[in-house]
Design a protein around this ligand. Sequence first.
Ligand code: HEC
Ligand code: HEC
Length: 289
Amino acid sequence: MSTPKPIDKISGVETTGHEWDGITELNKPLPQWWLWVLYACIVWAIGYWIVYPAWPGIHCYTRGLWGYSQRQTVNDSIVAAHAAQGKFYDAVAKSDLATIQKTPDLLTFTNAGGRIAFATNCASCHGRGAQGGIGYPNLSDDDWLWGGKLDDIAKTLTIGIRGPNPDTRTSQMPRFGLDKLLEPTQINAAAEYVLSLSNSSHDAEAAGRGKQLFADNCAACHGSDGKGKQDVGSPNLTDAIWLYGGRKEDIVRSIETGRGGVMPTWGGRLDPVTIKMLAVYVHSLGGGQ
Ligand code: HEC
Ligand code: HEC
């Protein structure tokens, strides 16, 4: 049994009995509730160290009885997401493009995948909204160089245009100016005639001279009406939608140089399912035929 401790006269509180040069220490223990919380925390911490990864070592760390790992959790959810997508992947791989487009589930899946693949691979040239730019066609309108049906688009993607693939879509407008196939006055007249085809402002007299030049030099590819031919990727010259610009000097330059835009070949670079997703996505942008 402990002897009762002296009481401090001034505060009336029990002292610990320690005394230094007449100064005594009041006995003020920690409150019970506080101590119990502390003990509970210690017990909790020990339990935590045992079941969860806790202590770092030199080469690894204590992994804990439950083997919990955030990295594993992420890997598991990726595997689960792939498994969930797997059935759509397989269905897209097996279905033709028209079927994909008619099946709402698959259409949602391909459009979501196509949008991402487009942003990654295509937006650099065709623009984020596929609106195109000088030399890069707008893919969201219904003006197509090589065709706007699902199969046309898929084919263009797979083999490219004037690209490295041996089957690539190809055709080359002659370099009428650079190769001196036409005189500058003739090129001027042809350009005025091209302007007249889309009712743009033009010099009627020069355009009149250009009409015969067009029939002789241009109609084979652009058609006698100037509406273009998709089997040779020649633009429609009557719709006032211009790949290389519709100012007189742009048109003269097109005739002088023959242009010749290159679109990379995606077959082999992208897997067939991604190409299908892109074809369906591009077709759905508004211009699909
Ligand atoms: C390096 C630039 C570049 C990239 C990247 C690119 N394209 Fe193209 N694309 C072109 C050019 C240039 C043309 C036009 C070629 C021509 O003049 O005939 C074209 C044409 C097309 C056409 C044909 C349009 C028509 O009117 O017939 C489609 C469809 C197309 N691209 C889709 C895509 C898709 C989808 C991707 C992404 C996988 C892509 N392109 C990536 C440059 C590019
Ligand atoms: C061998 C086929 C061929 C012949 C012949 C040809 N073109 Fe073209 N033309 C094309 C192709 C293909 C393009 C598209 C080039 C590209 O996509 O880079 C084109 C593009 C153009 C463009 C640019 C259109 C735009 O939207 O910017 C103009 C203008 C044009 N041609 C005018 C003419 C005129 C005028 C002649 C005759 C003097 C002519 N072409 C003869 C195939 C031809």
